[in-house]
Design a binder for this molecule. Sequence first.
Ligand SMILES: Nc1ncnc2c1ncn2[C@@H]1O[C@H](COP(=O)(O)OP(=O)(O)OP(=O)(O)O)[C@@H](O)[C@H]1O
Ligand SMILES: [Mg+2]
Length: 502
Amino acid sequence: MANDDSILKMSGIDIRFPGVHALDNVDFTLRRGEIHSLMGENGAGKSTLIKILTGVYRKDGGTMTLNGEEIHPASPLEARQLGINSVYQEVNLCDNLTVAENIYAGRQKTRAGKIDWKYIKTGAEEALRRLNINIDVTRLLGSYSVAVKQMIAIARAVNMNSIVLILDEPTSSLDRPEVEQLFTTVRKLRDEGLSVIFISHFLDQVYELCDRVTVLRNGKRIGEYVLKDLPKLDLISYMVGKDFSSLEKRDKSRRNKAENEVLLEAKNLGKRHLVAPFNLVIRKGETLGLAGLLGSGRTEAANLLFGIDEADSGELLIENRKHSFKRPGDAIKELIAFCPEDRKKYGIIPELSVRENIILVMQAKNGIARFISRQKQEEIAKRYIEMLNIVTPSAEIPVGNLSGGNQQKVILARWLVTKPELLILDEPTRGIDVHAKAEIMNLAMKLCDEGMSLVFISSELEEVIRCSDRIAVMRDRKKIAEVPGEDMSEEKILKTIASAEA
Ligand SMILES: Nc1ncnc2c1ncn2[C@@H]1O[C@H](COP(=O)(O)OP(=O)(O)OP(=O)(O)O)[C@@H](O)[C@H]1O
Ligand SMILES: [Mg+2]
């Protein structure tokens, strides 16, 4: 058979959750030394397939063989012992342990009953060096950025016995140089004979890195393809299963919004060690993009506008009235909403239902004295589930059961419910599939046309340009320039970022 080099075979995999046939008779073959992508829209079943392979979920039907032998991993630990290692979409590391402890958590080496710290430290350093990362492994994990945490999770996953390495959206929080670094490492591991499963919603990255792709849609396998022979548009239509007119670019007939009333003005607003004092004007109905590399101060600037951090210089005017935000509650009172970058840290409460997560901020704003009736809650949840196309069997299941992209949409819904005057979206489309992404951005822009203002932060320049009326460029925690609508192009923005380096 042509598939002689297959190392892992999953056949007829089946699993149901209440109300969802999450995987319906799915076949998947992984070859030795290849990088294989799993693609599909939010909720297609990608993470579920991986969780079955890694012993997190028990399948209802089907078989799996590794190197020709049937396997039945009943826990991630058993999977790891078989050589199947994974890094999940949601990084599960502990902020209050050191980097080294995180790398060795759960498999600490002991010598005469004592934990061998020296071994752990050197081992951790070595594991990171393999990924070309040089950091102090004795520092607490919490002191590093999301991007670095992601790399640490990968270092934790890869060891000498690995046969299969699974990366479920590993790059969603990495910027370009870090992606580059990761890809170099993954290619090296592949060339050493490791087989890699790579899940990502970034089409370009999939084409850049992977050899083959298996497409899932609604829990079914659509097919397996060699990427170099597969036109992008074909891949998208396999994933979406229909024509995708919503992907068409928004026509660039931006209205001139320079005349619109000013909603918010920051004058020399800043905070030491966080972001240098900056001036910023946001008009009603306008989308202001914040561009810059990861760590350039985009999120930090947004944090000041939302009171997550308190400014120590300058002032903030909203409709010409002075404000100083000490906490997010102050900003929320002024009808500002903030959809954060890290949905797990600031956003989702996994054990609460989809409905409860959606009405959370609204209820908090009302205060406990004015309880929103159950019926009203259900109406609101239903409306937003439809509006954002959130895939869930009902509004009453824990939000933690939803696929990653759909959780992201729940957070967005939670803020839209409060009918904000200014919505700050920090990497709103991370982990969201191409189709849903277009829908979300179209919705946001429609709300702007109705008078809402939007601050839009994204690492994907093309996306920032497409959606914004004007772009503020950040670098090294400073606002370095503003690029007006008519001048916005990737080249112009990149040049602006680079020029400040001198
Ligand atoms: N523990 C669970 N309980 C109930 N339903 C679940 C559970 N885990 C997954 N599901 C459902 O199974 C389906 C597939 O989800 P899965 O997480 O595999 O999607 P995905 O392809 O990884 O999507 P995304 O791109 O958004 O991460 C979804 O409808 C999801 O709600
Ligand atoms: Mg997933």
